[in-house]
Design a protein around this ligand. Structure first.
Ligand SMILES: [Zn+2]
Ligand SMILES: [Zn+2]
Length: 255
Protein backbone atom coordinates (compact mmCIF):
# COMPACT_ATOMS: atom_id res chain seq x y z
CA UNK A 1 0.00 0.00 0.00
CA UNK A 2 1.32 3.47 -0.86
CA UNK A 3 1.55 6.18 1.82
CA UNK A 4 -1.62 7.75 0.42
CA UNK A 5 -3.41 4.48 0.97
CA UNK A 6 -2.22 4.15 4.54
CA UNK A 7 -4.92 6.57 5.71
CA UNK A 8 -7.50 4.43 3.97
CA UNK A 9 -6.47 1.39 5.96
CA UNK A 10 -8.16 3.02 8.95
CA UNK A 11 -11.46 2.35 7.17
CA UNK A 12 -10.90 -1.36 7.05
CA UNK A 13 -12.65 -3.68 9.47
CA UNK A 14 -10.62 -5.75 11.94
CA UNK A 15 -8.29 -8.22 10.15
CA UNK A 16 -9.41 -11.83 10.09
CA UNK A 17 -6.65 -13.16 12.41
CA UNK A 18 -7.70 -10.99 15.35
CA UNK A 19 -11.32 -12.12 15.31
CA UNK A 20 -12.42 -14.78 17.78
CA UNK A 21 -13.12 -18.19 16.27
CA UNK A 22 -16.87 -18.78 16.05
CA UNK A 23 -16.85 -22.28 14.63
CA UNK A 24 -17.19 -23.99 17.99
CA UNK A 25 -20.36 -22.20 18.99
CA UNK A 26 -21.71 -22.88 15.47
CA UNK A 27 -21.11 -26.62 15.94
CA UNK A 28 -22.87 -26.56 19.29
CA UNK A 29 -25.87 -24.84 17.75
CA UNK A 30 -25.98 -27.54 15.06
CA UNK A 31 -26.79 -30.07 17.80
CA UNK A 32 -29.92 -28.12 18.68
CA UNK A 33 -30.94 -26.78 15.26
CA UNK A 34 -29.49 -29.08 12.60
CA UNK A 35 -28.72 -27.31 9.32
CA UNK A 36 -31.15 -27.61 6.42
CA UNK A 37 -29.86 -27.17 2.87
CA UNK A 38 -31.23 -23.93 1.43
CA UNK A 39 -31.11 -25.47 -2.06
CA UNK A 40 -32.95 -28.79 -1.63
CA UNK A 41 -34.25 -28.76 1.95
CA UNK A 42 -32.32 -31.90 3.02
CA UNK A 43 -30.95 -31.95 6.55
CA UNK A 44 -27.22 -31.81 7.16
CA UNK A 45 -25.55 -28.86 5.46
CA UNK A 46 -26.54 -25.24 4.83
CA UNK A 47 -25.75 -25.78 1.16
CA UNK A 48 -25.20 -29.47 0.49
CA UNK A 49 -22.55 -31.00 -1.76
CA UNK A 50 -25.16 -32.23 -4.28
CA UNK A 51 -26.59 -28.71 -4.66
CA UNK A 52 -23.13 -27.19 -4.80
CA UNK A 53 -22.26 -29.51 -7.69
CA UNK A 54 -25.13 -28.04 -9.67
CA UNK A 55 -23.74 -24.50 -9.46
CA UNK A 56 -22.77 -23.46 -12.98
CA UNK A 57 -20.33 -20.73 -14.00
CA UNK A 58 -21.55 -18.07 -16.43
CA UNK A 59 -21.32 -19.77 -19.85
CA UNK A 60 -18.29 -18.72 -21.92
CA UNK A 61 -17.48 -16.68 -23.85
CA UNK A 62 -18.42 -13.63 -21.80
CA UNK A 63 -18.03 -9.91 -22.49
CA UNK A 64 -14.79 -8.86 -20.77
CA UNK A 65 -16.48 -5.68 -19.44
CA UNK A 66 -20.01 -6.58 -18.28
CA UNK A 67 -19.43 -10.32 -17.78
CA UNK A 68 -22.61 -11.39 -19.60
CA UNK A 69 -22.54 -14.32 -22.00
CA UNK A 70 -21.52 -13.03 -25.44
CA UNK A 71 -21.19 -14.36 -28.97
CA UNK A 72 -17.43 -13.91 -28.98
CA UNK A 73 -14.65 -12.83 -26.63
CA UNK A 74 -13.98 -9.11 -26.28
CA UNK A 75 -16.58 -6.46 -25.50
CA UNK A 76 -20.27 -6.89 -26.30
CA UNK A 77 -21.96 -4.25 -28.44
CA UNK A 78 -23.36 -2.31 -25.45
CA UNK A 79 -19.96 -2.22 -23.74
CA UNK A 80 -18.17 -1.16 -26.94
CA UNK A 81 -20.52 1.81 -27.29
CA UNK A 82 -20.67 3.00 -23.67
CA UNK A 83 -18.48 4.63 -21.04
CA UNK A 84 -18.61 2.83 -17.70
CA UNK A 85 -17.75 3.48 -14.06
CA UNK A 86 -17.00 -0.17 -13.29
CA UNK A 87 -14.09 -1.60 -15.31
CA UNK A 88 -15.34 -5.18 -15.20
CA UNK A 89 -18.15 -7.19 -13.60
CA UNK A 90 -17.76 -10.88 -12.83
CA UNK A 91 -19.91 -13.46 -11.10
CA UNK A 92 -19.10 -16.77 -9.42
CA UNK A 93 -22.18 -18.46 -10.90
CA UNK A 94 -25.07 -18.08 -13.29
CA UNK A 95 -28.39 -17.23 -11.59
CA UNK A 96 -30.18 -20.60 -11.80
CA UNK A 97 -31.50 -23.18 -9.39
CA UNK A 98 -30.24 -24.06 -6.85
CA UNK A 99 -28.14 -20.91 -6.30
CA UNK A 100 -31.14 -18.65 -6.99
CA UNK A 101 -33.10 -20.42 -4.23
CA UNK A 102 -30.18 -20.20 -1.80
CA UNK A 103 -29.85 -16.44 -2.44
CA UNK A 104 -33.61 -16.04 -1.98
CA UNK A 105 -33.48 -17.88 1.38
CA UNK A 106 -30.52 -15.74 2.40
CA UNK A 107 -32.12 -12.38 1.56
CA UNK A 108 -35.82 -12.88 2.12
CA UNK A 109 -36.05 -15.63 4.74
CA UNK A 110 -33.51 -14.16 7.12
CA UNK A 111 -31.00 -17.01 6.80
CA UNK A 112 -27.94 -14.87 7.33
CA UNK A 113 -25.76 -17.93 7.99
CA UNK A 114 -25.89 -18.56 4.23
CA UNK A 115 -23.37 -15.73 3.85
CA UNK A 116 -20.79 -18.40 4.67
CA UNK A 117 -21.29 -20.87 1.77
CA UNK A 118 -22.23 -18.07 -0.65
CA UNK A 119 -19.22 -15.98 0.37
CA UNK A 120 -17.05 -19.05 -0.11
CA UNK A 121 -18.18 -19.16 -3.75
CA UNK A 122 -16.90 -15.58 -4.09
CA UNK A 123 -13.61 -16.59 -2.47
CA UNK A 124 -13.20 -19.58 -4.79
CA UNK A 125 -13.77 -17.40 -7.82
CA UNK A 126 -11.38 -14.77 -6.48
CA UNK A 127 -8.59 -17.26 -5.78
CA UNK A 128 -8.80 -18.55 -9.36
CA UNK A 129 -8.91 -15.05 -10.93
CA UNK A 130 -7.57 -12.39 -8.54
CA UNK A 131 -6.96 -8.77 -9.54
CA UNK A 132 -4.95 -6.23 -7.57
CA UNK A 133 -7.28 -4.33 -5.21
CA UNK A 134 -6.61 -2.07 -2.22
CA UNK A 135 -10.10 -2.11 -0.70
CA UNK A 136 -13.32 -4.10 -0.83
CA UNK A 137 -16.67 -2.29 -0.53
CA UNK A 138 -20.09 -3.93 -0.20
CA UNK A 139 -23.08 -2.45 -2.05
CA UNK A 140 -25.07 -0.79 0.76
CA UNK A 141 -28.78 -1.03 1.48
CA UNK A 142 -30.91 1.99 2.26
CA UNK A 143 -31.46 2.16 6.03
CA UNK A 144 -35.19 1.39 5.68
CA UNK A 145 -34.45 -1.84 3.86
CA UNK A 146 -31.63 -2.64 6.29
CA UNK A 147 -34.09 -2.26 9.16
CA UNK A 148 -36.61 -4.55 7.44
CA UNK A 149 -34.03 -7.27 6.72
CA UNK A 150 -31.84 -6.85 9.78
CA UNK A 151 -28.60 -7.24 7.80
CA UNK A 152 -26.98 -6.19 4.57
CA UNK A 153 -26.46 -9.38 2.57
CA UNK A 154 -23.64 -7.85 0.51
CA UNK A 155 -21.71 -6.78 3.61
CA UNK A 156 -21.93 -10.32 5.04
CA UNK A 157 -20.80 -11.84 1.72
CA UNK A 158 -17.89 -9.38 1.56
CA UNK A 159 -16.90 -10.30 5.15
CA UNK A 160 -16.68 -13.98 4.23
CA UNK A 161 -14.67 -13.20 1.08
CA UNK A 162 -12.27 -10.85 2.87
CA UNK A 163 -11.62 -13.29 5.71
CA UNK A 164 -10.95 -16.10 3.24
CA UNK A 165 -8.79 -14.07 0.85
CA UNK A 166 -7.13 -11.65 3.33
CA UNK A 167 -8.60 -8.56 1.68
CA UNK A 168 -9.38 -5.24 3.42
CA UNK A 169 -13.10 -4.62 3.79
CA UNK A 170 -14.37 -1.07 4.24
CA UNK A 171 -16.70 -0.65 7.22
CA UNK A 172 -20.45 -0.49 6.59
CA UNK A 173 -21.98 2.89 5.79
CA UNK A 174 -18.80 4.55 4.50
CA UNK A 175 -20.44 4.06 1.11
CA UNK A 176 -24.06 4.99 1.79
CA UNK A 177 -27.29 4.55 -0.11
CA UNK A 178 -28.80 7.96 0.45
CA UNK A 179 -31.85 7.77 -1.71
CA UNK A 180 -34.40 5.02 -1.29
CA UNK A 181 -34.79 3.41 -4.70
CA UNK A 182 -37.67 1.39 -6.09
CA UNK A 183 -37.44 -2.39 -6.25
CA UNK A 184 -35.95 -3.02 -9.67
CA UNK A 185 -37.64 -6.29 -10.57
CA UNK A 186 -39.93 -4.83 -13.22
CA UNK A 187 -37.64 -2.09 -14.51
CA UNK A 188 -35.68 -2.15 -17.77
CA UNK A 189 -32.07 -1.02 -18.13
CA UNK A 190 -32.72 2.70 -18.72
CA UNK A 191 -35.26 2.81 -15.87
CA UNK A 192 -32.85 1.02 -13.55
CA UNK A 193 -30.10 3.48 -14.39
CA UNK A 194 -32.38 6.44 -13.66
CA UNK A 195 -33.63 4.72 -10.49
CA UNK A 196 -30.18 4.30 -8.92
CA UNK A 197 -28.09 7.09 -10.47
CA UNK A 198 -26.85 9.42 -7.72
CA UNK A 199 -28.32 7.18 -5.00
CA UNK A 200 -24.92 6.45 -3.38
CA UNK A 201 -22.41 8.71 -1.63
CA UNK A 202 -18.92 8.03 -0.34
CA UNK A 203 -18.47 9.52 3.14
CA UNK A 204 -14.83 8.47 3.69
CA UNK A 205 -11.54 10.20 2.82
CA UNK A 206 -10.33 10.72 -0.74
CA UNK A 207 -9.69 7.33 -2.31
CA UNK A 208 -6.31 8.48 -3.68
CA UNK A 209 -6.41 6.29 -6.81
CA UNK A 210 -7.11 3.15 -4.75
CA UNK A 211 -8.35 0.12 -6.67
CA UNK A 212 -11.72 -0.94 -5.24
CA UNK A 213 -13.64 -4.22 -5.50
CA UNK A 214 -17.43 -3.89 -5.15
CA UNK A 215 -19.40 -6.87 -3.82
CA UNK A 216 -23.09 -7.63 -4.36
CA UNK A 217 -25.25 -10.75 -4.29
CA UNK A 218 -26.66 -10.61 -7.83
CA UNK A 219 -25.96 -8.52 -10.91
CA UNK A 220 -28.69 -8.12 -13.52
CA UNK A 221 -28.11 -5.05 -15.69
CA UNK A 222 -25.22 -3.78 -13.57
CA UNK A 223 -27.03 -0.46 -12.97
CA UNK A 224 -26.62 -0.61 -9.16
CA UNK A 225 -22.92 -1.45 -9.48
CA UNK A 226 -22.47 1.43 -11.95
CA UNK A 227 -24.15 3.86 -9.53
CA UNK A 228 -21.82 2.72 -6.72
CA UNK A 229 -18.87 2.99 -9.11
CA UNK A 230 -19.89 6.56 -9.90
CA UNK A 231 -19.70 7.48 -6.18
CA UNK A 232 -16.34 5.71 -5.76
CA UNK A 233 -14.82 7.31 -8.86
CA UNK A 234 -16.07 10.74 -7.75
CA UNK A 235 -14.26 10.06 -4.46
CA UNK A 236 -11.00 9.42 -6.33
CA UNK A 237 -10.93 5.65 -6.91
CA UNK A 238 -8.35 4.62 -9.50
CA UNK A 239 -10.22 1.57 -10.69
CA UNK A 240 -13.49 -0.08 -9.69
CA UNK A 241 -14.12 -3.80 -10.20
CA UNK A 242 -17.23 -5.75 -9.22
CA UNK A 243 -17.82 -9.35 -8.17
CA UNK A 244 -21.21 -10.89 -7.42
CA UNK A 245 -22.28 -14.36 -6.35
CA UNK A 246 -24.61 -14.75 -9.33
CA UNK A 247 -25.28 -13.21 -12.70
CA UNK A 248 -28.78 -13.08 -14.06
CA UNK A 249 -28.65 -13.73 -17.79
CA UNK A 250 -32.15 -12.77 -18.77
CA UNK A 251 -34.66 -15.50 -18.04
CA UNK A 252 -35.11 -14.43 -14.41
CA UNK A 253 -34.89 -10.96 -13.02
CA UNK A 254 -34.11 -11.22 -9.32
CA UNK A 255 -33.44 -7.68 -8.12
ZN1 LIG B 1 -29.03 -29.36 -1.18
ZN1 LIG C 1 -20.68 -6.17 -22.18
Amino acid sequence: MSSQHRDLSALAAVPAESRPARRFSGRLLDLVFPARCAGCGNMGDLFCAACREQVQPVPQPICIRCGKPAERTGRCQACRDGVFQVSAIRAAAVYHEPISRVIHEFKYNGRRELSQPLGELLAEYWRARPVSVDLVVAVPLHKHRFNERGFNQSQLLAETLCRAASLSLVQPEVLRRERKTQQQVHLGLAERQANVSGAFIWTGPDLASASVLLIDDVATTGATLEACGEALNTAGAGRVWALTVARSVGEKDPN
